[in-house]
Unconditional design. Sequence first.
Length: 199
Amino acid sequence: LWWLGFEAIASFFTPYVIHVLHGSQLDSGLGMAIFTVPAILTALWFGKLYQRHDPRLLLSLTLALFALSAVNGLWLTTVWEAFLLLFVAGIAWGGIQVTSYPLAADMLRGALVRSGRSAADAHADGVELHGALYGGANLVQSVGLMVAAPVAGLVINASHGQYQTMFIVCVASLLAALALVLSFGRVTVAAPLPDAVTT
């Protein structure tokens, strides 16, 4: 869902900048750079927060921040306003990316423990299943990317070429993702195993 939200904007960002904000293709490229840089910088330090705070809360806050940034896209009038919102959205995106995969891994490990496995066995099984988890993550990412442009395109066509309506698709998908994350049960962050178990 958050990949659908991201790609709904990315697919039509250049025509949005040109036709709605009266910018240039260069402005569009700069906008993507302004989005990417804070996402990378956030990712570099955001992982430290994962062990210290409820990962559901972290993911929920970053999804909400991304949605808040996107909804403001409906009313932008200048490229500079877009740059500011892209910077904020980049921070949110970095947090989403860094939190989501370890959260899925911890949820998998927790499910294994609840099924009767010991913490050590759940850790070992979880490691073996990381390939499947990674493949699954890439599969759902691909589905989001494939679906986003047609869905956003239909919405833009229905609004008679109002490119800013792509933000409606983004916000709707992010709010759906947020609702799903909030529905998760309590997630226990995996603590490092003793050396005797890991060696």
